[in-house]
Structures are given as structure tokens and as C-alpha cells.
Design a protein around this ligand. Structure first.
Ligand code: SF4
Ligand code: SF4
Ligand code: SF4
Length: 581
């Protein structure tokens, strides 16, 4: 069998491998065929073709019936036309039919400006709604802190189902009913808050329209900033700085840390702090726990616990393993706890008069901040969580010319950070940061080697054996809950001899979080965000968490030592078994 197939597309010849789809073959000729349901993530070697939207139809060999380009493989001598009048008419009619049952709410839709349906209507020059028919009337699910589900806007591309069931293996969403009543539902039509949804937001990231969107809390931030009785501080997660610039026409992979700090100050925050500081703190606590467990040879492998999506996943689905994740809170919650105790005391303010706002790449962090255990005496440690996209919206709304801003630094005492903390934003970063500290602590030296290349990367499950103080530590890193499931099942069967495992719910880690600027399947953007994060790490004068001078001061003045009684009270948590239906 020949290993190439000759195809002609729009009168241009192209040679492709057998099995290639028309969609892929056309892309080799720089022809983009529009799609709404095709789901391809190159970095993760993932592709799902349903052919359900039919927008990608093309003419093949002059046949009467048009074929969907996304799931039709090429054959030798195939002759494809992608822009004949028949194709144009068919695509416009399909789009007209989709729009006939789509709310005409573009101006107030969370996805306004990022909607692929809106883009397609503009591209196809649709200037009126041709079919006015029956429209859906589903109740909007607003019952959780993270995600809004408005199935009236659903176009049944089924990408959310694929993200939830195949990539994440959470299994919350599935297609129900037929014909006009077809929709994507939850078990017994429950709100997401009553399901095992982990609020990772990967369904939101996949949704081409505004049927699934983030719960926008930017107005609450404006209200807080304009309350003269409150002091309002902000923390920004590591992955935010590597993606925020995309919202302001910077090339993907441009780190905008200094401009972001400046913009936050212009928005009116009383102090601009950094979650990276708390990531260094996380490493102090988590590495202490790791070393204790290694010495006692107990409760291994230690599983990282920075990601609330992943935490909720194991609480629902692996209750027999609740003893092995680290008890360390996530950096977001450690920051909140330190702000409402150490910082509030330092500036002489009652914690209830201090509002902590988080800017996160993540939708699960919105849910995490609302967990009961992260409040003390009725005061939440983190009051409002907004996403990278929401922050970009606020900066635009305030009329701040972001591109022109000078770089500024974070404030102290919760703003100083190291290279170890910034890599938390990428898959592999938490474990690498812990290894940097563990190696120094176990040898009692200030080791020069800080780069643990084998744990870096975005995809799959990465394993490495690293030498630390004469010990061979077998570690693993993965992201995406489908991959996490594989590792957890290995642990359950007693087939895993790891010392530590880092798991992040979103494929690639936080740089691909559900609150980041939309990539619409272009995973090359994730590679660039990752490069920006590691470049920032390399450029930092201090690259180990335990060397952060403000962390050292925090322990000296307040917490005493890693793992102390106070540190346990404020920086550690417990996990609970949750319903798995
Ligand atoms: S947020 Fe995550 S777990 Fe919840 S429905 Fe979406 S993909 Fe599934
Ligand atoms: S909710 Fe969004 S992703 Fe899911 S089927 Fe509807 S349009 Fe597609
Ligand atoms: S990987 Fe990061 S962005 Fe995704 S759910 Fe976890 S913490 Fe949030």
C-alpha cells in the first residue's frame, strides 16, 4: 500500500498520508474549513470527530451529497471543492438553522467577542436571521460559584461532553433527548453543584458559544474597590501573567507581570500581592511533609494538593486514597489565610474589613474559596475570585491602556517570590519546586543544580527517578484527570512505587485553566505560555522557595517553623468523602 495519497483541493494538488481527513489535507494548503464541533488538541495528541455540526461540508468528486470534511478520509485521486456555491449555500443554511434556535443575546453574553458562532456568522456575512421558529426554554443553572450553564445557547456540538467524559473522565455531562429537545444534561437534570463536577472548566474552554461560561464576579470587585470602609488586596496566580497579554494583543508567550501589577494598582487595589509568594509557602509545608513521609516510609506516594479540581475529583472518585494527598492548602488559600491573619495584624485591621481578591487562571478556584473549611469565624480567607479573562475585562472597562504601562513591582510583605513559585503555573512545576527545596534540605547544602528537566512538559504521564541526597526518588507528573485516574488506579492496585506525584486537573496545568483566554484548540499557545513561565523562573535571582527572604521572615515573625502547630492550623486542610453518583 502506498504511503501517500494524491488529492486535489480547489484545483491544487496535495500529497497526504492515508487516513488523513479532508480537513487536515486542506490545512496543508493553508485552507481553513470552518468547524464548530471538531475537537483537536495537538499538544495532548487528542482528537475527537463527531461531524455533528455539519458546518465543514465540502463537495467531493462532484457528488450531489456534500461530505463533512472533519470526518471524511481522503482517497487516491479525490477531488475536493471547499467553496462552490453549493457549499456556501449549504453552510449558510446550516448556520441559519443553528441561529434560529439561538438566543439573540450576543450583546450581553459572557462569550461576546470570543464566540465561534458569532465569528462564523460574521465570516459568512449573515446579516439577518432568516428562520424564526420555536426556541428552547431551559432553566439557567446558576447554583454554583464557578460555572453558568445556559442550555438555551447550546448548539449541540458535544465538545463539553467529550472534555468531561473522555479527557477528564469525570462523567457529568451527556447528550439527552432527541430532535428539537436534544440537549446536554446532567444526571436527573441536577444543577452542577449537586453532581461530581469538579469545576475544572474544561467544558467551558471547549464550548464554542456561551452555553457554558464562567460565573463573572468582576462587578463584585468594583463594588469592593469603591467601599471606603474596606481595604482591598489582590493576589495573582503564576499562570495569569503568562496569558493576560493575549487579551491586549501581545504575542502568546509574552509575560506581562510588571504591567499587570501596574494595572491592578490603577484599578484601585490597596495592595498588589502575588500568589507566587504563597506558592513558595506551599513548598515549605509540602516539602516538610514529603520528607517526614519519606523518612517514615509511610503514606507514599505523596500527592500534591494545589489544584482544587483535582482535590474534588479524588474526594468523589477515590475516597479510599484520602490519606495520601498532601494536607497543604493550595497557594490561593494559603495566601488568604496569611492575609487575614499575619497581614491583617501587621496593618492593624480587623480581618472582616479586609477583602482578598484572587485573580486565577482557574474556575475551580472560585468554588474552592467557597469551601466551608476555608473560612474562620464566618470570615472567608478569599472573598472574591476572578479569572484572567475577567481581569482583562476590568482593565478594558477602566480604560487602562495596558500595552503602554510601565512595569511595576508587587507590594510587600506578601509579594516577594522565587523562580520555584512561578513554575507552579505549568504542569510539573510544583514537583520541581519541591525537589529543589528537598534536595537542599536533605543534603544541608545550597545546591547549584535546580533544573529538573524530566518532570517538565505538558502532556501524558511523565516519570523520572531523581537522585536526592543519595536517595533515588521515583516521581511522576501528570495533568488532565483522565491521566490522573490511570495513576490512581495503579496506586489502588499496589502497582505504583512512586515517592511523589504531581497532579493538575487541566491538561497542561494552570496555563490551560478554564479561566484563561480562549485558545480554541490552538495548543501551540500553551507551549508559548509554558516557555514564558520557565523564562521567568530562569530570570529570577532566587529560584528556591526556602530562600525567599519574606518567607523566612514570615516563619521568624509568625509561623515559627514549617509544620508548626500554627502552620498546621492555618495552612493545612482535611479532605472528605463526597457522593460519586
Ligand atoms: S467543569 Fe469539568 S468536571 Fe465539571 S462538567 Fe465541566 S468538564 Fe466536567
Ligand atoms: S454546551 Fe457548548 S460545548 Fe456543550 S454541546 Fe452545547 S454548545 Fe457544545
Ligand atoms: S489545573 Fe490549575 S487551572 Fe486547572 S483546575 Fe487545577 S488549579 Fe485550576
Amino acid at each position: 500500500m502506498s504511503n501517500t495519497v494524491n488529492v486535489t483541493i480547489n484545483n491544487m494538488p496535495v500529497k497526504v498520508a492515508p487516513g488523513t481527513t479532508i480537513l487536515e489535507a486542506a490545512s496543508k494548503l493553508e485552507i481553513r474549513i470552518p468547524t464548530l464541533c471538531h475537537f483537536k488538541l495537538d499538544t495532548f495528541d487528542f482528537e475527537h470527530r463527531t461531524g455533528s455540526c455539519r458546518i465543514c461540508v465540502v463537495e467531493v468528486d462532484g457528488k450531489q451529497n456534500l461530505a463533512p470534511a472533519c470526518c471524511t478520509p481522503v482517497h487516491e485521486g479525490m477531488n475536493v471543492k471547499t467553496n462552490t456555491i453549493r457549499v456556501i449555500n449549504a453552510r449558510r443554511t446550516i448556520l441559519d438553522l443553528i441561529l434560529s434556535d439561538h438566543p439573540k443575546e450576543c450583546l450581553t453574553c459572557e462569550q461576546n467577542g470570543s464566540c465561534q458562532l458569532q465569528d462564523l456568522a460574521a465570516e459568512m456575512g449573515l446579516n439577518k436571521i432568516r428562520y424564526a421558529g420555536k426556541t428552547s426554554t431551559y432553566k439557567i443553572d446558576l447554583a454554583n460559584e464557578a460555572i453558568v450553564r445556559d442550555m438555551n445557547k447550546c448548539i449541540m456540538c458535544r465538545k463539553c461532553e467529550v472534555a468531561c467524559n473522555e479527557i477528564q473522565t469525570v462523567g457529568v455531562l451527556s447528550g439527552v433527548n432527541r430532535g428539537f429537545n436534544a440537549t446536554v444534561g446532567t444526571v436527573s437534570n441536577r444543577p452542577l453543584s449537586d453532581t461530581k463536577c469538579v469545576f475544572c472548566g474544561q467544558c467551558v474552554a471547549a464550548c464554542p458559544v456561551g452555553a457554558l461560561s464562567a460565573m463573572n464576579r468582576s462587578y463584585d470587585v468594583w463594588v469592593a474597590l469603591n467601599n471606603p470602609k474596606k481595604k482591598v488586596v489582590v493576589q495573582t496566580a503564576p499562570a495569569v501573567r503568562a496569558a493576560l497579554g493575549e487579551e491586549f494583543d501581545f504575542e502568546p508567550g509574552t509575560s506581562v507581570t510588571g504591567k499587570m501589577a501596574h494595572a491592578l494598582r490603577l484599578l484601585g487595589f490597596d495592595a498588589v500581592f502575588d500568589t507566587d509568594f504563597a506558592a513558595d509557602l506551599t513548598i515549605m509545608e509540602e516539602t516538610t511533609e514529603l520528607i517526614e513521609r519519606v523518612k517514615a516510609n509511610k503514606n507514599l506516594p505523596l500527592l500534591t494538593s494545589c489544584c482544587p479540581g483535582w482535590v474534588k475529583f479524588f474526594e468523589h472518585q477515590f475516597p479510599d486514597l484520602l490519606h495520601i494527598p498532601s494536607s497543604a492548602k493550595s497557594p490561593q488559600q494559603m495566601f488568604g489565610a496569611m492575609a487575614k491573619t499575619y497581614y491583617a495584624k501587621k496593618i492593624g485591621i480587623d480581618p472582616s474589613d479586609l477583602i482578598v481578591v484572587s485573580v486565577m487562571p482557574c474556575l475551580a478556584k472560585k468554588y474552592e474559596a467557597s469551601r466551608e473549611e476555608f473560612s474562620r469565624e464566618g470570615v472567608r480567607d478569599v472573598d472574591i475570585v476572578i479569572s484572567t479573562r475577567e481581569l482583562a475585562g476590568m482593565i478594558k472597562e477602566a480604560g487602562i491602556l495596558f500595552k503602554n504601562l510601565e512595569d511595576q513591582d508587587f507590594d510587600n510583605p506578601l509579594g516577594e517570590s522565587t523562580g520555584a513559585s512561578v513554575i507552579f503555573g505549568s504542569s510539573g512545576g510544583v514537583l520541581e519546586a519541591a525537589l529543589r527545596t528537598a534536595a537542599d534540605w536533605l543534603t544541608g547544602e545550597d545546591l547549584e543544580a535546580v533544573d529538573y528537566e524530566p518532570v517538565r512538559g505538558l502532556s501524558g504521564i511523565r516519570e523520572a527517578t531523581v537522585k536526592v541526597a543519595g536517595m533515588d526518588l521515583k516521581v511522576a507528573v501528570t495533568s488532565g484527570l483522565g491521566n490522573a485516574r490511570k495513576l490512581l488506579e495503579k496506586i489502588q492496585k499496589g502497582e505504583a512505587d512512586y515517592t511523589a506525584i504531581e497532579i493538575m486537573a487541566c491538561p497542561g496545568g494552570c496555563l490551560n485553566g478554564g479561566g484563561q483566554p480562549f485558545i480554541h484548540g490552538d495548543t501551540s499557545i500553551l507551549d508559548k505560555r509554558r516557555d514564558a513561565i520557565y523564562a521567568e523562573d530562569k530570570g529570577k535571582p532566587i529560584r528556591k522557595s526556602h530562600k525567599n527572604p519574606d518567607i523566612i521572615k514570615l516563619y521568624d515573625e509568625f509561623l515559627k517553623e514549617p509544620g508548626s502547630e500554627l502552620a498546621h492550623k492555618l495552612l493545612h486542610t482535611k479532605y472528605i468523602t463526597r457522593d460519586n453518583t
